[in-house]
Write a protein that binds this ligand. Structure first.
Ligand SMILES: *Cc1c(COP(=O)(O)O)cnc(C)c1O
Ligand code: SF4
Length: 397
């Protein structure tokens, strides 16, 4: 590896890092490295860094307390209707930012037939579980027949309505998505795949082909990105990533805040960065390209969606909402007899404050320089120039 990444010569404690958190990089993924230092996002995500040994007191191996929610070893049952099954500890490449650093690569093994039976028995005993997530490690590193053994066993449980596979293989080893693998996967519909692209540099012709093969087999594709300091913690990078993903028929699903996992602290960003990114994207970027920003909380609290605030104020009669442009409007609530009626008298919009919106005295406050207003003015001008006989402008194509 040193031969290909000459800058690592000086990294004294890399061996200590690798002893604790193993190293694996596929040749394909290594080929995406453009600069062999930490200014390169791909480098950061796959090459071990001394920072991984930083261990302040607020970190732990398993902050999501997955181990506590395992009625069967490897099966995490946290939410009422779904369960997650860890079927292997092996990955094609080991991500330095992995949230399961306690498991991934520590010893490479896959689920035994006995354990798979226990998992299946648990699912049979818990018909409320309708959605099973096959995870790891990376399930698609397993031989096709071993993956099939898992899928067919779980698929055989009648109460399981959907199977999801979580995999980073389309990103780090896209050539593993072979016709043979896809033919096997499509037998277990409805099967969904969530993959893990983090940076636009990972969107290559090879990964696009892999996603195409899966999508062509009718497998809906989602993406889970982790927000990583120095890698993708900017609104423009996430925008570029998400726009690229929808072109590849991959729906951005979650944008995760980095977990409080030991060994990945150097990747963690303030929560505000995620909010800032969503603030930038909402309204400006196609809705199908915007993921939900999620904090998977310590103490096993599970996933919590975090959003910028769009509710500015409320009264019993009106809710004051603001949009991405900073436009504030009152949204009148349905009339309920016991509530006081909204006030009729209107005040001048420009003289109104938030309170006037909240009690219905005004219906809008708008920023002076809204780009949308300029477009509206242009439309009005255009219509003036080409009026229709009856004065209507809609659908006069
Ligand atoms: C993330 C996760 C799920 C799936 O959550 P969704 O919000 O449905 O995608 C299920 N179980 C566990 C333990 C999880 O961590
Ligand atoms: S592929 Fe997933 S499980 Fe494996 S190291 Fe990367 S993030 Fe962790």
């Amino acid at each position: 590896m040193i031969r290909y990444l000459p800058t690592l010569h000086n990294s004294q404690n890399l061996a200590d890092v690798i002893k604790k958190y193993p190293l694996a990089i596929t040749p394909y993924y290594a080929s995406l490295i453009q600069r062999s230092d930490t200014s390169d996002p791909i480098f950061q995500m796959c090459v071990p860094q001394p920072d991984e040994l930083f261990s302040p007191s607020w970190l732990s191996e398993d902050p999501l307390e997955e181990n506590e929610d395992m009625p069967v070893p490897g099966l995490v049952h946290r939410y009422p209707d779904r369960a997650l099954v860890i079927v292997t500890t092996t990955c094609a490449s080991y991500c330095r930012h992995c949230t399961r650093k306690r498991i991934a690569g520590t010893r490479e093994c896959t689920i035994s037939a006995r354990r798979l039976q226990q998992v299946t028995d648990y699912l049979l005993a818990h018909p409320e579980i309708s959605d099973v997530i096959i995870s790891g490690g990376d399930p698609l590193t397993m031989p096709t027949d071993a993956i099939e053994a898992v899928l067919s066993s779980i698929h055989s449980v009648e109460s399981v309505q959907v199977i999801r596979v979580g995999t980073r293989v389309p990103v780090v080893l896209p050539m593993r998505i072979t016709a043979e693998l896809v033919e096997m996967l499509r037998k277990y519909h409805p099967l969904w795949i969530n993959t893990h692209f983090n940076h636009p540099n990972e969107l290559t012709p090879e990964s696009a082909d892999a996603c195409n093969r899966l999508a062509d087999a009718g497998i809906p594709l989602g993406n889970q990105t982790v927000l990583l300091r120095g890698v993708n913690d900017s609104a423009q990078i996430i925008e570029q990533l998400c726009r690229g993903l929808i072109r590849m028929r991959v729906r951005p699903y979650y944008l995760y805040q980095c977990d409080l996992v030991r060994g990945i602290e150097h990747f963690r960003t303030p929560l505000s960065r995620g909010i800032e990114i969503i603030e930038y994207m909402k309204g400006r970027v196609s809705g199908i390209a915007i993921p939900s920003f999620i904090v998977d909380t310590p103490h096993g609290g599970g996933k919590i969606p975090i959003m910028p605030n769009y509710i500015v104020s409320m009264s019993p009669t009106h809710t004051v909402l603001r949009n991405y442009e900073g436009l504030m409007v009152n949204y009148p609530e349905p009339e309920i007899k016991t509530l006081p009626k909204p006030q009729d008298e209107q005040v001048q919009p420009l003289k109104a404050g938030v309170w006037e919106l909240a009690v219905g005295k005004a219906s809008i406050i708008q920023p002076v320089n809204m780009a949308r207003n300029e477009r509206r003015r242009e439309i009005v001008e255009k219509r003036k120039k080409t009026p229709t006989p009856d004065g209507s402008f809609l659908f006069d194509l």
